[in-house]
Design a protein around this ligand. Sequence first.
Ligand SMILES: Nc1nc2c(ncn2[C@@H]2O[C@H](COP(=O)(O)OP(=O)(O)OP(=O)(O)O)[C@@H](O)[C@H]2O)c(=O)[nH]1
Ligand SMILES: [Zn+2]
Length: 214
Amino acid sequence: MTPARKPTQPTATSPVEAPRRPSRAEAEAAVRTLLLWAGDDPEREGLLDTPARVARAYEEFFSGYAEDPVELLARSFAETDGYDEMVVLRDIRLESHCEHHMVPIIGRAHVAYLPAGRVVGISKLARVVEAYSRRLQIQEKLTAQIANSIQEVLQPRGVAVVIEAGHQCMTTRGVHKPGVAMITSRMLGEFRSDASLRREFLAMVNSGRPVPEA
Ligand SMILES: Nc1nc2c(ncn2[C@@H]2O[C@H](COP(=O)(O)OP(=O)(O)OP(=O)(O)O)[C@@H](O)[C@H]2O)c(=O)[nH]1
Ligand SMILES: [Zn+2]
């Protein structure tokens, strides 16, 4: 698992330092520069507090870097009377930001696993979705990270993750195509090897429904 705030890994030949986190004052100064870049006046009354507001908003949007999904999934329960059927969490609201344009990705995630003795608190699956969503992302990596972390920590017989989302970098700028859904999936273990399980999961989440507009 990649530790928080270390996007690059050192290699044997070239140790890579995690980038220094700027101070809040430096972050606010950067927002003032962007306000000027947008063509406005950061000194006018309506914008005076905006750099501080944006810094606070970033703390919220990107709080996932400080979350450790392994910790979130660490507590599991074995008293299930042998329950070994699929557990599905459907329609988990997903709010992320695209790493290319830093604009919202809005959608929903569907997460399933096949317990192997132990089950996890269902809110923890939604928390794992949040921990990875509240970072700069591309949807493929987000989907894989959610599935991989559940597989690694819980070690179930299989994990399935589907994400359906709209990307505001495609709706409010650039190619301007509203209503386009990006759908990604990651199937591990028995979900990957057993087509009928996969179909059962996909039927449960009914992934063809309209995606929320970005
Ligand atoms: N695969 C993938 N691409 C994404 C995702 N989010 C945004 N993109 C795309 O990332 C690409 C970045 O392409 P660039 O050509 O470097 O950027 P750009 O000039 O702003 O591209 P346009 O969006 O086409 O204007 C764009 O095609 C985006 O649509 C994602 O989650 N996954
Ligand atoms: Zn983008």
